[in-house]
Design a protein around this ligand. Structure first.
Ligand SMILES: Cc1ncc(C[n+]2csc(CCOP(=O)(O)OP(=O)(O)O)c2C)c(N)n1
Ligand SMILES: [Mg+2]
Length: 387
């Protein structure tokens, strides 16, 4: 497609103003850049009133409830895995403010395109708890849910979802949707991948409505951030693509909410993409297949435990008289009931299509894939015949 055609599909055909000088005066910097940071709720639950976004009391409570549900689902899933009742699972403990805060800023018609550590946000988008259990037990059925067409399946391929996000945003504008936007979640490790940079580049060139939310949890499996990049911040990677970049306290759900809301407002108004770095910490293992005690300093865990996103938010809503111990007890009981119902439903299901992964490799049937499907089904048949 030629650039000149863009205006007919709703994407600005106007090139961005060229802002580089023909020659650079060696005495003065050509450009200077800076990265700002945002915290609204500190680790003790104290609020910076001047930065408080406009969020209703109802939404504050909704956000808190969503974070608690995600934490409790994580606890239960870890136990199921340790009991051998589910396969390998990535856990989200510590990440609740990132995904839940960002998701609260989204509209239902926006696209949620993420990875495997976004449980809280996925549940807020309406994904049943049972789905995650199915998915991590190897059943594709858990990758989709009714009404979840705009919540894409989890991307296990690091940063591949960034390209999907830009493509979806571009397609949306082609289809004439001018109000919807895409939120793309990824990790710090994802920003060291080529896919991320390609996506950032085209998001910038096309000025598509995408908000990249990077959960900088300090680790890519056992590789600490400083061993995979030399950048002082991840937010500064936005500068290379001339898009806004901001670093937020990723354990402060209000800061994540505000940064995402501002970025979505900008995107909806035609202002293009934004990169948000949410600084947080992975409080548990990478996945249940990994032993973080071999590489994670215990003192770091202590430091980050004091910054827990849920504890500080609870203090904040208690100070606002929106929450008390009785509500907490009720919430935990309700969550546990929902979780147990999901576990029971998951464990009683037998109607799986074991070869469903082959359905999703290409949009249409493909000879090579069909051969592989036949081999796989044959192998299962032989295995069950052998007992
Ligand atoms: C393209 C690709 N390379 C390698 C892997 C193996 N892998 C799985 S998770 C992971 C680390 C990702 O770290 P990060 O992006 O920081 O996300 P986090 O797990 O910390 O949430 C890697 C390398 C993969 N899934 N995809
Ligand atoms: Mg990481």
């Amino acid at each position: 497609m030629k650039m000149s055609e863009h205006s007919t599909i709703g994407i600005s055909s106007k090139p961005k103003t060229k802002h580089w000088p023909d020659t650079c005066d060696s005495e003065a910097p050509c450009h200077t850049f800076s990265i700002s940071s945002l915290q609204i709720l500190d680790e003790h639950g104290n609020l910076d009133e001047s930065r408080m976004p406009d969020v209703s009391s109802e939404d504050l409570v909704k956000l808190y409830r969503a974070m608690v549900l995600a934490r409790l689902v994580d606890d239960r899933t870890l136990k199921l895995q340790r009991q051998g009742r589910i396969g390998t699972v990535p856990l989200c403990t510590g990440h609740e403010a990132v995904t839940c805060g960002a998701t609260l800023a989204m509209r239902d018609e926006d696209w949620f395109i993420g990875s495997y550590r976004d449980l809280g946000g996925r549940l807020m988008r309406g994904e049943p708890i049972e789905n995650g259990l199915l998915y991590y037990n190897g059943h594709e059925e858990g990758a989709v849910f009714p009404g979840g067409e705009r919540t894409l399946p989890i991307s296990i391929i690091i940063a591949a979802q960034c390209l999907h996000a830009v493509g979806v945003a571009y397609a949306m504008r082609m289809k004439g949707e001018t109000e919807t936007a895409v939120v793309c979640f990824l990790g710090d490790g994802g920003t060291s991948e080529g896919d991320f940079h390609e996506a950032m580049n085209f998001a910038s060139v096309w000025q598509v409505p995408v908000v990249f939310v990077v959960a900088n949890n300090q680790w890519a499996i056992s590789v600490p951030r400083e061993k995979q990049m030399h950048s002082r911040t991840i937010a500064q990677k936005a500068i290379a693509y001339d898009m806004p970049g901001i670093q937020v306290d990723g354990n402060d759900a209000l800061a994540v909410y505000k940064a995402t809301k501002d970025a979505l407002d900008l995107a909806r108004s035609g202002g293009g993409p934004t990169l948000i770095e949410a600084v947080t910490y992975r409080m548990l293992m990478h996945t249940t297949a990994d032993d973080p005690t071999r590489y994670q300093p215990p003192e770091d865990l202590e430091i980050w435990a004091k910054r827990d996103p849920i504890t500080r938010f609870r203090k904040f809503i208690e100070q606002k008289d929106l929450w008390d111990d009785e509500q907490q007890t009720d919430l935990e009981a309700q969550c546990k009931q929902k979780i147990e119902a999901a576990v029971a439903a998951f464990e009683s299901r037998t109607d799986f299509k074991v070869d469903s992964p082959f359905d999703h490799v290409f949009g249409t049937s493909h000879t090579r894939i069909e051969q592989q499907r036949a081999e796989f089904l044959d192998m299962l048949k032989k295995e069950s015949a052998d007992g």
